[in-house]
Write a protein that binds this ligand. Sequence first.
Ligand code: MN3
Length: 204
Amino acid sequence: MTFELQPLPYSEDALEPYIDAQTMRIHHDFHHGGYVKNLNTALENYPELQSRSIDDLIRNLNTLPESVRNGVRNQGGGHFNHSIFWTVMSPNAGGEPTGEIATVINEVFGGFESFKTRFNDAGTKHFGSGFVWLVRTADNKFDIISLPNQDCPWSEGHYPIMCNDVWEHAYYLTYQNRRPEYLKQWWNTVSWDAVNERYAIATR
Ligand code: MN3
């Protein structure tokens, strides 16, 4: 089939103690893996869509045939969003932002503390499942937004620079119902190198 689950870019226990190994294994192998499998099933009768990249399908979601659009939104979004999520985290990461994204955080959001507060507030107040995103908007601004389920800002032309997954499956084994605590600890896993790479693509 066209779309494949890539392995995690680090071992499943690499983000401990902030994200436990069992959560990473279930999240990657079964949740993300399930989205990939279901995306391939959804595209079974659309060979012309199978040859396109996931980035392209999500970006052009609104132009896809209506019969397959919801499948790509949910399953393809799940594949695309998780692929971003794994890469903006790494072991031995966290700390203060570096590089050009640090400048954006200071100039647009008034510094790292207020950036984190806004990002975490968006995650805490998001009702139900979804992701929190830092995006470069279609009109070239920077914004923090939350979207439900596997909806992706890229489908509206907002380039996804970084995201956190606030579905319960992302944190429940360690944090149970304490989403705000997960959101706070998650910053210890953020790879500013990876975020800067995505920022460079967003602004080129
Ligand atoms: Mn998830």
